[in-house]
Each structure stands twice: as C-alpha cells, then as structure tokens.
Design a binder for this molecule. Structure first.
Ligand code: OMP
Length: 274
C-alpha cells in the first residue's frame, strides 16, 4: 500500500485485524529529555531521530499500535516534526497502526484542520489521533466526519490516568466522563465499524463510567511508570471491551538496546494476554 492510498476498511476493522495478528499492546513513543539522556543521546533533532528510528526498528514489526507523543517532537520545532513524519511513515510501512497522541480539541473550523492528520495526503498522516472533548462533543464533529471519510480513528479523553482527573471528569450526574462515553457510543452506533474510542486510564481505582455497548476501543494508558498493571487492565475492563493497553516509559527505558526493547514489550504483551 502506498503512503497516500485511501483506506478501504474502517480504523476499527484494521485495529481488530492488527490486534488479532499481533496482540493488543500499544507502545508510546515518548522521547522526553531524561530518556534521551539515559540512552546517551543529545536532546536535539539528531538525538530524537536516533531514538525514534531505534524504537520503530525494534517494535513496528511486532506491536499492534505505536503512539508517538506529539509534544516531544514539537518541542524541537520543524526539525522535530520532520523526524516524526519519517518515523510514522516507517512504522506504518512495517505494519503497525500509528495513533498520534495530539490531544487536540477546538472550535469546529479549527478542529477540521487538526483532523487533517487523518487524511492520507497529510505529511504526518496517521491511523488515529487522541482528541480532547473540553469544548463540547459537537466541537469534535469535523474530526468525526474526517475519520469516517478516510477510515481513521479517534480516541476521546474520558477518564484520564492522572490522579486529579476525577475532580473535573466526575462532576455532574451523569458525569462529564459518562457524557463523553455516551457521545462516542452514539458516533459508533451511527457508523458501526468501531472507529471511535475512548481514553480510560489503567490507573483508576474502579471503573466509574458505564462502557456497555460502546462499540469501539478503549485506550488504557498509565501502565508501568504511572502504576497501572496488567491485572488492573483485567480488573477494570474484563473481557467485554476491546482494550488497547498502553505503555511508554516502562518499555522505552529498556533501550537503546533493540533486544532489550523487544523483550520489554514482549513481557508486557505476555502479561496482558495471560
Ligand atoms: O492519551 C494518552 O495517551 C494519555 C492519556 C492519559 O490519560 N494518560 C496518559 O498518560 N496518556 C499519555 O500516555 C503516555 C504515558 O506515558 P508513560 O507513563 O511513560 O507510560 C504519555 O504520552 C501521556 O501523555
């Protein structure tokens, strides 16, 4: 498939097939400065490129999803974005789905521009992106339309992994988070195919939103460095939900050794499917 090829399947269909072939693990690519230093790399576009190439070479042929954190590339300016464009293209060519962790959300016309990451002709074309619903569910509609048109996916922040998230997300009855869940469930009901997902941290004490009938996947970050475990993923989500458990630092800190990175990802994959 060429880089600009139109997707004939929905993101949800591609995710299901990729998880069936590779297991559900998502590895985040988070090249923050202390990690670059730990790898013996400079905090520069060159260091960023060597880090990204190593992670992609080590994991893009085996894990289902790679999730680059846009912030760590943007902080290096246009050279950082060029590194990410190259890494994303290589990761997709090796068979991994790429979920851009952008956490974007804005009024409709601006949101439409952010959603261009889901267009195949975008220089940083990805399979899916994270979005923030803070401006209201309606503000995300242009991204929903672009995802539907191009077979892309969205993961909407619902119950995030940070400790104080509930102070905002659990306000109201139904809670803000539950309203987000219900909105995403509605998108999936309108266009079945499982392309619209949620972010629900693997760090929650209990699952305080009702995910029944969601019809799409759940990205569960917070494994390892933030305290979440494979047992937490099982405890919170059981078997009825398509879950994409996500880990960044706990795998990345095993680098720069390629075998070490692969072994760390393999350990998480094994424990998640145990
Ligand atoms: O959307 C995300 O991926 C995300 C949502 C959330 O609730 N919590 C969360 O930690 N993340 C991201 O997941 C990654 C977590 O990294 P580690 O804690 O090193 O595994 C970071 O890139 C976060 O921005």
């Amino acid at each position: 498939m060429t880089r600009h090829a139109q997707q004939t399947q929905t993101f949800g269909e591609r995710l299901t097939a990729t998880i069936a072939a590779r297991g559900p693990l998502c590895v985040g690519i988070d090249p923050h400065a202390p990690l670059l230093e730990k790898w013996g790399l400079p905090d520069s576009p060159d260091g960023l490129a060597r880090f990204t190439d190593t992670v992609v070479d080590a994991l893009a042929g085996s894990v289902a999803v790679l999730k680059p954190q846009l912030a760590f590339y943007e902080r290096h300016g246009s050279k950082g974005l060029a590194v990410l464009e190259d890494g994303v293209a290589r990761a997709r060519a090796a068979g991994a789905l790429v979920l851009l962790d952008a956490k974007r959300g804005d009024i409709g016309s601006t949101m439409a521009a952010y959603a261009d990451y889901l267009r195949p002709e975008h220089p940083l074309a990805v399979d899916a992106m994270t979005v923030s619903p803070y401006l209201g569910a309606g503000s995300l509609e242009p991204a929903v339309a672009t995802a539907r048109e191009h077979g892309g996916g969205l993961f909407v922040l619902a119950r995030t992994s940070n400790p104080d998230a509930g102070s905002l997300q659990l306000v109201g009855t139904p809670s803000v988070a539950q309203r987000v869940v219900d909105t995403v469930r509605g998108w999936n009901a309108e266009t079945p195919g499982g392309s619209f997902g949620l972010v629900v941290g693997a760090t929650l004490d209990e699952l305080d939103v009702d995910l029944a009938g969601l019809g799409g996947p759940v990205l569960a970050p917070g494994l390892g460095a933030q305290g979440g475990s494979a047992g937490d993923v099982r405890r919170l989500f059981g078997t009825g939900t398509v879950v994409l458990p996500s880990v960044s630092r706990d795998v990345l800190s095993a680098g720069p050794d390629v075998a070490g990175l692969r072994a760390a990802a393999h350990r998480w994959a094994e424990s998640l499917t145990a």
